[in-house]
Write a protein that binds this ligand. Structure first.
Ligand code: ATP
Ligand code: MG
Length: 504
């Protein structure tokens, strides 16, 4: 036993901690079949405050210590806990454990009711405070991915690690295609303590993990996209156009189809023959397009590339290929580490627009159920999901679910995402968040009542998380596996298999 219930109310049960025990923030306790979680604690004493101050004063000022009679009885720590789950009825608890009930710590056996779902993604183990219980926690990948995942955390708390763990689980499964915009080039392959890590080293990576970069290592794919693949609505997502400029974009597109960009850039502003487009409108369009696509026109009127992605001659199939890979349930990592933010958003917008229209078509023709679900991992999500933004990512957040397309949104600033969208991100894997404004935004949009969890979320250490999801029966505290350990374990297994093979 670790303590005893001595009062409180439904959402705030007061527990007196047994002396010698050390209950921590986030600890899971059990009383009367009810799983409780500690969210706060304070000192309690049977002595008057003045007496305590006097005793302490005597001691500190060198007048000798006063022996407190039955110290363990008189002074104690009072723990506040909230009911999480009724372990017997497997539902949200509706009654209080009986008064004076003695509590014990939760043990792995208490969680035998947690089942391994279909299309399971393993995330880590149940966590009681900072102690790890040997109970694996899975989520149903198909369900969770299409209903969007939010990963909010302060920097360095393990967001990327978590995404790597999720992706590692998905390699070779084929039921989900995931596009990863990798702004730090940290997912595919990296070195740490003399070892190689990354999704490239998954046993089934070959053919299932696809990597694109503007500076591809030998054997990998080049991230080059032909300007003929760009459409007016792609550019609109990253460039602000006046109504007149927008009209002109569409006029050119209608007239010249895939050659519309070349047509705009090589038209002479003085002698332009497209109806109603004014020379100054054309001139601004030319300027904006050149900047956005990092291309230019030389004196001979030829378009040339200034940047590394958009090409006049190459990359005609890149977007199509990437969409095909996703549709085959593969993981496609785009190294966007050397690209500007706008280029990154333009590319990902082009791909997701294409996926969205393909999947809309599948829904109409009744083929959607046979297709893998699609997800896109986006770091610093507020830049696409923030207030007043209008782009394909917002559309996916709002209605992607109908077409089995979801987002994995990573952010340090949840408060910058409008509430309506936050509420739509139906699974939140909450890691440590230092800023109280961020915790507030997360808590107020969570699937479960986390109103008491503020201190717990603030105190989450690296890899410690709370999963709050419409697909979990309660907000599950977990410890996420270290990606590198996961890879090491896989290597060990492989070695063992190989040595078995040798002995046979
Ligand atoms: N579950 C975990 N177990 C052990 N170590 C972890 C865990 N999660 C993260 N780490 C370690 O903590 C460090 C930071 O993790 P990570 O890069 O995932 O954080 P982040 O939230 O993505 O940070 P940033 O905001 O800089 O992108 C890394 O060195 C990583 O290996
Ligand atoms: Mg990161």
């Amino acid at each position: 036993m670790v303590g005893q219930i001595i009062g409180g109310s439904y959402g705030e049960i007061w527990i007196r901690q047994k002396s010698g025990e050390r209950i921590e923030l986030g600890d899971l306790l059990v009383a009367d079949d009810i799983l409780l979680q500690v969210f706060d604690m304070e000192y309690g004493s049977l002595l008057e405050h003045d007496d305590l101050a006097r005793i302490s004063g005597m001691q500190l000022e060198g007048y000798g210590t006063t022996e407190i009679h039955e110290k363990d009885v008189r002074n104690y720590i009072m723990v506040k806990a909230k009911p999480l789950f009724n372990l017997k009825t497997k539902s949200i608890p509706k009654h209080l454990p009986s008064f004076f009930q003695v509590l014990r710590r939760a043990s792995p056996q208490d969680f035998e009711f947690l089942e391994k779902p279909d299309n399971a993604i393993y995330l880590g183990k149940i966590r009681s405070g900072s102690k790890i219980l040997d109970v694996p926690v899975y989520i149903n990948g198909r369900e969770v991915l299409t209903h969007h995942i939010l990963i909010p955390a302060t920097t360095g708390r393990g967001k990327s690690n978590l995404v790597k763990v999720i992706l590692w689980n998905l390699v070779g499964k084929g039921y989900a295609g995931v596009l990863v915009l990798d702004a730090h080039n940290e997912y595919y392959s990296y070195r740490r303590s003399g070892e190689n890590y990354g999704l490239k080293y998954h046993p089934q990576a070959k053919g299932n993990v696809i990597y694109y970069s503007v500076t591809p290592p030998p054997g990998e794919r080049s991230l080059r996209i032909n300007i003929k693949n760009v459409r007016p609505w792609h550019l609109k997502e990253i460039v602000e156009f006046s109504p007149a400029q927008e009209d002109a974009l569409y006029l050119f597109y209608k007239e010249y189809e895939e050659h519309w960009i070349e047509a705009i850039l090589t038209s002479d502003a003085e002698s332009i023959d497209i109806r109603g487009v004014r020379p100054d409108t054309l001139a601004s369009l030319q300027r904006k397009i050149k900047v956005a696509l990092e291309i230019d026109v030389n004196k001979k009127g030829e378009i040339f590339e200034r940047g590394r992605v958009f090409s006049v001659t190459e990359g005609m199939r890149t977007v199509k290929d990437i969409c095909d890979f996703l549709e085959e349930g593969k993981i496609v990592i785009l190294d966007t580490s050397s690209l500007s933010q706008n280029i990154e958003l333009l590319i990902s917008g082009m791909i997701m627009n294409e996926i969205f229209s393909r999947y809309k078509g599948y829904k109409e023709s009744g083929k959607l159920e046979d297709k893998p679900v699609i997800s896109v991992v986006i770091e610093e999500a507020p830049r696409v999901l923030g207030e007043g933004k209008s782009n394909i990512f917002g559309t996916i957040a709002r209605e992607g679910r109908k077409f089995h397309i979801g987002i994995i949104a990573i952010t340090q600033l949840s408060s910058m995402i409008p509430r309506e969208i936050l509420a739509n991100l139906n699974t939140k894997i909450i890691l440590g968040n230092e800023m109280s404004s961020e915790r507030k935004a997360i808590i107020s949009s969570a699937a479960q009542d986390l109103s008491k969890d503020d201190k717990m979320i603030a105190s989450l250490d690296k890899g410690e998380a709370i999963i709050s999801s419409i697909f979990t029966k309660f907000a599950i505290p977990i410890h996420i596996d270290s990606f590198e350990e996961l890879v090491d374990k896989e290597r060990e297994r492989k070695k063992e298999r190989n040595s078995l093979f040798l002995f046979q």
